[in-house]
Write a protein that binds this ligand. Structure first.
Ligand code: ATP
Length: 214
């Protein structure tokens, strides 16, 4: 029997919010994961340098998941000096966990729509299964949502079963729609508007204590 699947959830988490946490929690349940590795990006290659130093983003993630025994903070991308690419992180994890371990890479619909811009994106399917959670405002099922290359992979790999294979499947999963983004939180904080109830109180306290996003 293969060991239970693990989830891998990367992001900038600038800051981490309830959209992230519900995605991880709901996919943890849906996929029967043994744990979810939360992996804050060091230097995300896809976007400008995040405005918040990695050490703060890591600490906010730590506070956000405290008390949830099946979420594990993984600081590998923050520790490395080079830019963080998901394909490299998954290659490292695969080497650590072995070829048979089922791995699910978790992401929101917006991230999946941009997948073909990721480094060596096709290799991701050799390394992990991909679970895509619906995100308000991003319709994957619209005819022209996916570019041709991605649509082909999607059609070939989509499953409605919770696959127990080590890698290679794509599962589209509903989740409680939460139209929360880190961008909107940063902008609320900068305008001195309340961001309360969009993210955990300890994270908000940390932001205030460290005068972040002003
Ligand atoms: P920003 O607004 O700065 O772009 P973000 O809120 O999109 O940030 P990221 O850290 O970029 O957060 O996202 C990490 C992962 O979480 C991505 O896979 C993204 O699709 C997913 N995600 C973020 N917010 C939501 C949400 N509200 N619902 C579903 N998925 C989400």
């Amino acid at each position: 029997m293969s060991s239970p699947p693990i989830g891998v959830f990367g992001g900038t988490f600038d800051p981490i919010h309830y959209g992230h946490l519900r995605l991880a929690e709901e996919l943890y349940q849906t996929l029967g994961l043994s744990e979810v590795r939360i992996i804050p990006a060091g230097q995300p290659p896809h976007r400008g340098v995040p405005r918040t130093p990695a050490a703060h983003r890591l600490e906010m993630a730590r506070l956000a998941i405290a008390g949830n025994p099946h979420f594990k903070l993984d600081d590998r991308e923050v520790r490395q000096a080079r830019a963080s690419y998901t394909v490299d992180t998954l290659t490292d994890l695969r080497a650590e966990l072995g070829a048979k371990q089922p791995i699910w890479l978790l992401m929101g619909g917006d991230a999946f729509l941009g997948l073909t811009t990721w480094k060596e994106w096709r290799n991701l399917f050799e390394l992990a299964n991909i679970a895509v959670a619906h995100r308000p405002g991003y319709q994957l099922e619209q005819d022209d949502a996916l570019n041709d290359e991605l649509r082909l992979e999607f059609q070939n790999r989509q499953t409605s079963q919770i696959s127990t294979t080590a890698a290679g499947s794509i599962l589209l999963s509903p989740m409680t729609p939460l139209d929360i983004s880190a961008t909107a939180i940063r902008s609320a904080l900068q305008s001195r508007h309340s961001a309360r109830y969009l993210l955990p109180d300890p994270v908000l306290d940390y932001i205030q204590k460290n005068s972040l996003y002003l």
